[in-house]
Design a protein around this ligand. Structure first.
Ligand code: SF4
Length: 274
C-alpha cells in the first residue's frame, strides 16, 4: 500500500434501508477502517432511528450522524413553499447530498453503495471528482436473497417500517411513497401524516398548491371512501403481481430475482433509500 492509498477514506452512507445496512455488515470485517454515516434529515421515522441504533450496536462502531446546516423548513421557504417532488428534488440535494459532501471534504474517498446485482436502479449520487463510488454487492454478485440472509444472520433483520408495509427508508413525507403507503402512514403514524398534511396546506400561503402525492391533497387522500378505493386498487395490483410471480422459473425465484421491487423503488435517490 502506498502513502497515497493510506490517505484514501472509506465511507458508507446509510439510509436506514435494508441494502445499505446489509452492506455495512458485509464490509465490517472486509474494510476495517470504513466510516459509517447516516444523513439525519430530522424527518425520519422512529423505526428508522431504531434500526440505525441497532445496526450501530451490531457494528460495534459509531455511526456518525450528519445533519443539514439548515432545517427542512428553511429550505422550504427558500424554495417558496414548493414541496420537493420527483422533478424538484431539492430535499436530497440540500438535506442529504450537501451534508455528505461537506462531511467528505476534498480528499480522496471511496464511497460504498449497496446496489445489488439483481437490480438496475438509477440513482442520484454525488458526482464530486474526489468521490469514487464502488458497488461491492454488484461486484460480488449478491442478490436480494443474499442481503436478507446477511441481515438475518446478523440478528438485525429487515427495517421495522417494512412490518407495516412501507417499502423505503427516508423522510416520513417522502413524495416517492405510493398511495397505499400514504394510507399505511395514516393508519400507523397518524401524527406524521398530519404533519405532512400541514406542510402541504401551508404551501398555499406562497400562492400555489403543491402536493406530496401527485395531484391529490393528503386531506382528499385520507377520506374514508378514498382510503377504501386505494386499498382495493392495491389488492388488485398485488393479486396480478402474485399471479405473474407464479409463472416465473423456480431458479429465478430462488435466486431472489422475482420482480418484487416495484418500479418506484428502482429510481429516486440512492442516498435516501438504498
Ligand atoms: S427521503 Fe424523500 S423527501 Fe426525504 S430527502 Fe430523500 S427524496 Fe427527499
Amino acid at each position: 500500500m502506498t502513502a497515497a492509498d493510506s490517505e484514501v477514506r472509506h465511507i458508507l452512507s446509510l439510509s436506514g434501508g435494508k441494502d445499505s445496512a446489509a452492506l455495512a455488515i458485509y464490509l465490517r470485517d472486509r474494510v476495517p477502517d470504513v466510516e459509517y454515516i447516516f444523513h439525519d434529515t430530522d424527518k425520519e421515522l422512529p423505526e428508522t432511528m431504531d434500526y440505525i441504533a441497532r445496526l450501530q450496536a451490531i457494528l460495534g462502531k459509531p455511526i456518525i450522524r450528519t445533519t443539514p446546516d439548515k432545517p427542512f423548513e428553511h429550505w422550504l421557504k427558500i424554495y417558496r413553499g414548493m414541496l420537493p417532488s420527483n422533478h424538484r428534488r431539492w430535499c436530497t440535494k440540500m438535506m442529504k447530498l450537501k451534508p455528505f459532501e461537506d462531511y467528505v471534504g476534498d480528499g480522496p474517498v471511496i464511497n460504498y453503495v449497496g446496489l445489488r446485482a439483481d437490480e438496475n436502479r438509477l440513482g442520484y449520487i454525488s458526482t464530486k471528482p474526489n468521490i469514487k463510488a464502488v458497488y461491492p454487492f454488484q461486484d460480488d454478485g449478491l442478490v436480494r436473497a443474499d442481503i436478507i440472509r446477511i441481515l438475518e444472520d446478523s440478528g438485525l433483520g429487515l427495517p421495522p417500517y417494512m412490518d407495516w408495509g412501507r417499502s423505503r427508508s427516508g423522510c416520513y413525507f417522502c413524495f416517492y411513497q405510493q398511495k397505499i403507503e400514504w394510507v399505511r402512514l395514516l393508519e400507523t403514524h397518524p401524527e406524521y401524516f398530519k404533519l405532512a398534511q400541514e406542510y402541504e396546506e401551508k404551501t398555499v400561503e406562497f400562492g400555489e398548491q403543491f402536493y406530496w402525492s401527485q395531484n391529490e391533497t393528503l386531506r382528499e387522500l385520507s377520506r374514508p371512501e378514498r382510503v377504501a378505493e386505494i386499498k382495493a386498487h392495491h389488492e388488485a395490483v398485488e393479486a396480478k403481481r402474485k399471479a405473474r410471480r407464479r409463472n416465473l422459473p423456480l431458479v429465478q425465484v430462488l435466486a431472489g430475482l422475482e420482480p418484487e421491487d416495484a418500479p418506484h423503488l428502482r429510481d429516486g435517490c440512492l442516498v435516501c433509500s438504498i
